[in-house]
Design a protein around this ligand. Structure first.
Ligand SMILES: *Cc1c(COP(=O)(O)O)cnc(C)c1O
Length: 475
């Protein structure tokens, strides 16, 4: 017998709902208009759903409804940018913010964020100074460079350096080094924006010193070398070593700019990762200017570091674009604290999360995977959870062909697809981001900070089927 009475009559009004305890407390803790808007939207959706439902739907009691709306508003009102547990195994995941910061860096940011700071004032003289003094000496110490400065990221560092040194001139680059990094960064486009003219030489797989020599003319402004961070050309290949480029540069009084990309300050072969150029070596071999990111292998905040000869650094700093690319006090504080940790290599390995992740032993990861798997096993959405061996990657455009052995928990969900399971974990609080492989969700222990193991157990060991349609009415 179909229900012929108006199904909406059972629904309370917006004002009635606002008087309910859950929504009243939400109004007190959040914004009144935001809550009213949320209640209206929810009721609208509910009405649409009721009128389009094929059969009678259960109309929640006013109290149930108030609770549902309050929890829905709280979920919807979460910040877009929020904490994520990275269980993907991609260590420098650009989408997840690359390197997590050391506690020391966070502490320094906190200190300068809470009040004023000696950002551009020399406290001894009371006179105006330069903000990059916060990190200049430290960068010089870690790289061997005579001078240095910092901008927003390495893309900015490249753009600025090319503008200051190469605008209106030709900059020579090997065809094997015309890289694209992460879609929005393409070296030829950056070069064009900078006002420098790209002079491509050689071929994709082989470029010789004579190619550079033949390209030099009275319009040449610089020689640029770019580390092909995210790809490798293997087999029949040749690239001119940096010392030879430097020699050629000297002969023609041309600066050699070396974009090393990831910016290894220490030798990463100690973690089983080879082929990553060390910034110190580039400076020692005579590069005029070396460019690298602060949030890749340095393990610090997002920024672009420019280190090299004082004469070129001064020229770069005088360029008007420098002002548009300057970093704030938070970045400088975090970078200074991170660089300071490198003074003691053991401390750096223990305190910089990136280096700690890289140096964690397989035994340790295996133990954590076994424990986590056992704890997740009983979860309501878990069919099975097994510790498995796998491989992590560095990501962030670093060391593309190299993998790190790791241990993961492989989860087969119960009653829902693996995509739906992954979505639920992604949209939970905190969000958990794994990787899907062979219809299983892998949680890679290499990138999970140890303190989050228990969070994951709590979330998956007790995860409930969430409403997927917003209103909480399951049809
Ligand atoms: C990553 C990278 C860049 C871009 O650096 P961002 O800090 O992401 O702007 C430029 N050049 C190379 C070689 C890189 O590896």
């Amino acid at each position: 017998m179909p229900n012929v009475t108006n199904p909406f009559r059972g629904l309370p009004s917006v004002n009635q709902l606002l008087e309910s305890p859950p929504l009243k407390s939400l109004v007190n803790s959040a914004n009144h208009n935001m809550v009213v808007g949320g209640v209206r939207t929810f009721l609208d959706r509910l009405r649409t759903q009721i009128s389009s439902a094929a059969e009678d739907v259960h109309i929640p009691t006013p109290q149930e409804l108030a609770e549902k709306i309050a929890s829905w508003i709280s979920t919807e009102d979460q910040p877009v940018l929020r904490q994520v547990i990275n269980a993907t195994g991609v260590i420098l995941h650009t989408g997840l913010g690359r390197a997590p910061l050391a506690d020391e860096a966070i502490g320094e940011m906190n200190t300068v964020a809470r009040g004023y700071a000696s950002l551009e004032i020399d406290l001894k003289s009371g006179k105006r100074s330069q903000r990059d003094l916060a990190v200049r000496r430290l960068i010089c110490e870690m790289t061997g460079a005579a001078s240095a400065t910092v901008v927003n990221n390495n893309a900015a560092a490249t753009m600025l350096t090319l503008s200051a040194i190469g605008a209106g001139k030709e900059v020579i680059v090997s065809r094997g080094q015309l890289v694209e990094i992460g879609g929005s960064y393409r070296l030829p486009d950056v070069m064009e924006c900078s006002g420098a003219r790209l002079r491509e030489i050689g071929t994709t797989n082989k470029t010789h010193l004579s190619d550079y020599e033949n390209a030099i003319n009275e319009n040449t402004g610089a020689i640029l070398r770019v580390h092909p961070s995210n790809f490798r050309v293997v087999g029949f290949t040749y690239d001119v070593p940096l010392p030879d480029l430097v020699k050629l540069g000297h002969k023609h009084r041309l600066p050699v700019i070396d974009d090393v990309g990831s910016g290894a300050l220490i030798d990463f072969s100690q973690f089983g990762l080879t082929d990553e150029p060390i910034v110190f070596d580039s400076i020692e071999q005579g590069a005029s200017v070396v460019l690298f990111s602060g949030d890749k292998l340095v393990g610090g905040p997002q920024c672009g570091i420019i280190a090299g000869d004082s004469e070129w650094i001064e020229k770069i700093k005088k360029h008007p674009m420098t002002r548009a690319m300057r970093v704030d006090k938070l970045t400088l504080a975090a970078l200074a604290a991170t660089l300071r940790l490198y003074r003691d290599p053991e401390a750096a390995r223990q305190k910089i999360p990136l280096l700690l992740m890289l140096s964690t032993s397989l035994d340790n990861l295996k133990l954590r995977a076994e424990r986590l798997a056992a704890q997740i096993q009983g979860g309501p959405l878990v069919q099975s959870a097994q510790p498995v061996e796998s491989t992590s990657t560095l990501g962030g455009g670093s060391l593309p062909t190299q993998y790190l052995p790791t241990w993961c928990v492989a989860i087969e969900p119960r009653d829902i697809t693996v995509d739906e399971f992954a979505r639920q974990l992604r949209t939970g609080t905190p969000a958990i981001f794994g990787r899907i492989q062979n219809d299983q969700l892998l949680l890679d222990l290499r990138t999970i900070l140890p303190r989050h193991d228990v969070t994951i157990t709590d979330k998956i060991g007790s995860a409930k089927v969430q409403n997927t349609n917003g209103t909480g009415i399951t049809d």
